[in-house]
Design a protein. Structure first.
Length: 482
């Protein structure tokens, strides 16, 4: 019963020492500086300070300006014959910019499949992880679009030349030859749906319809006018170039198209999250379900940072549900980074505590301080599992083996929180102390010293609390006394 009180006091002393480390230094510094200031202050100085404080400012003198008020330029005294010289105003000092956090840096997120059949699942896991981590304000993801730009667009000069030739033939009243050139221009532009503007292609269709109408092909003219409206619904034939017969045929094709039953189109991509552009308008990101469209071919363009843009003229049947699903091709730079990530996931160095050289190379290629790698597995039943590893390339820290189920929101969110704590320095792997403690408290010698003080204090309390009689039997030394 006597031992409980000293041990409790020792425990309280230990906790008080740990909690007071952060505040002890500034308090001791402030009290020491105050004592030094009092020692340096002589009685004469105190008397002059008292006189200055009691002296009132005369009414004729202006009070000193405020600290944040603009200061007028001061005049330097000069001989009477010389003009007063004004001193140049002191330029304001630039405001000090706050230093970035020690953990600040770009984050690269990659997911690799363990087997080829898990490729779509790995792409989905990577998209979900990038979206979840990117939603955190303190996490900055690598900009794949800026790092791996798409290839330069194809030149449309050959198609423009075909259109100019057809227009010249149309102006010279040779509709048959003009229709042939316009058909060749249409075929060329449709091979490049990513680069071709909808208005440009629709204008070629209008000239093709006008040439067929002039040549007596009414059905062919209606087909061309219908295609023009499917590509760019707002386009109208130019009044200064076409007669009333062309306008009437164009409007008749519009009425016929509007009377047909519409179909739907679902659009998806691997990986998902690609921007969907149709007829020059952004519809959203993949996956998109049941986009209602008029029957006929529609230009669809998919773009995703780090991947080659994809475009196609997707047909839609009346009263039918269509589906477009495309696997995007990564740019050569991103493909090389993914190949390196796949090598890391199967390398023996993955189990090492040291930073694998492939991870360091991957961080250099992606311009990232942190590399987050997810290994995705999928069994025969379609069940998906993933394991996360993360590295701090700069400090060579590591977050090891975070397992989660990508199809369960709670499991996925828990893994994201662990990765976020690692990326923002809230958790240092391999340490049982929170990173918020002062650096001195993370040193082994600090806790050794605190433990020694606690042991000595406990022994002192035990000895001081005993009656005045020999304590040899208590302390294990029969000849000792107090």
């Amino acid at each position: 019963m006597r031992l409980k009180t000293p041990l409790a006091l020792s425990l309280a002393l230990l906790l008080g020492t740990a909690s007071g480390v952060t505040e002890a230094a500034p308090r001791r510094g402030s009290s020491a500086s105050a004592r030094k200031a009092k020692k340096k202050k002589t009685p004469a100085t105190e008397q002059s300070a008292t006189v200055e404080e009691s002296t009132e400012t005369p009414a004729s003198e202006e009070p000193p300006p405020a600290a944040d008020a603009p200061v007028a330029p001061r005049t330097t005294l000069a001989p009477a014959s010389a003009a007063p010289v004004e001193a140049a105003p002191t330029p304001p000092e630039p405001a000090a910019q706050p230093a970035p956090p020690t953990w600040a840096g770009s984050v690269a997120v990659l997911a690799v499949p363990s087997k080829p059949q898990a490729t779509p699942s790995a792409a989905r896991v990577e998209t979900d992880l990038r979206a979840a981590l990117g939603a955190r304000a303190e996490v900055r993801l690598v900009d794949l679009g800026a790092l791996f730009p798409p290839p330069p667009p194809a030149s449309l000069a050959p198609g423009d030349a075909l259109f100019d030739e057809g227009k010249g033939l149309y102006d010279n009243l040779d509709p048959e030859a003009a229709a042939k050139k316009f058909s060749e221009a249409v075929a060329f532009y449709e091979r490049y749906p990513v680069e071709t503007k909808p208005e440009r292609l629709a204008r070629v269709y209008v000239f093709l319809g006008a040439s067929r109408l002039l040549n007596g092909d009414t059905a062919g003219a209606q087909e061309a006018f219908t295609r023009a409206q499917l590509v760019a619904p707002s386009l109208q034939p130019e009044s200064e170039l076409f007669g009333q017969d062309v306008h009437d045929a164009f409007n008749a094709a519009k009425v016929a198209l509007s009377g047909q039953p519409r179909g739907t189109l679902s659009i998806d991509s691997v990986p998902s999250g690609a921007q969907v552009v149709m007829k020059g308008e952004r519809l959203g990101t993949t996956p998109l379900k049941d986009v209602e469209l008029a029957p006929g071919p529609h230009p669809v363009v998919l773009t995703l940072p780090g991947y080659v843009p994809f475009g196609v003229f997707q047909p839609v049947a009346p009263s039918q549900r269509g589906e477009l699903r495309h696997t995007l091709v990564p740019t050569p730079g991103l493909a090389a980074a993914r190949s390196l990530a796949a090598h890391v996931s199967t390398s023996r160095s993955l189990g090492s505590d040291t930073l694998p050289p492939e991870v360091a190379e991957l961080g250099e290629k992606l311009g990232a301080r942190y590399v987050v790698l997810a290994r995705v597995e999928q069994d025969r039943r379609g069940r998906v599992e993933a394991v996360l590893d993360a590295w701090d390339v700069q400090l060579k820290h590591r977050l090891r083996g975070v397992e989660f189920n990508p199809d369960e929101p709670r499991s996925r969110e828990k893994a994201v929180r662990k990765v976020q704590a690692f990326l923002t320095g809230q958790q240092v792997p391999g340490s049982s102390l929170p990173v918020a403690l002062p650096a001195v408290m993370k040193k082994p010698w600090f806790w050794a010293a605190v433990g020694g003080v606690a042991a000595a204090t406990t022994a002192g309390i035990l000895l001081a609390s005993q009656p005045n009689k020999p304590l040899g039997a208590r302390l294990g030394n029969f000849g000792a006394g107090w």
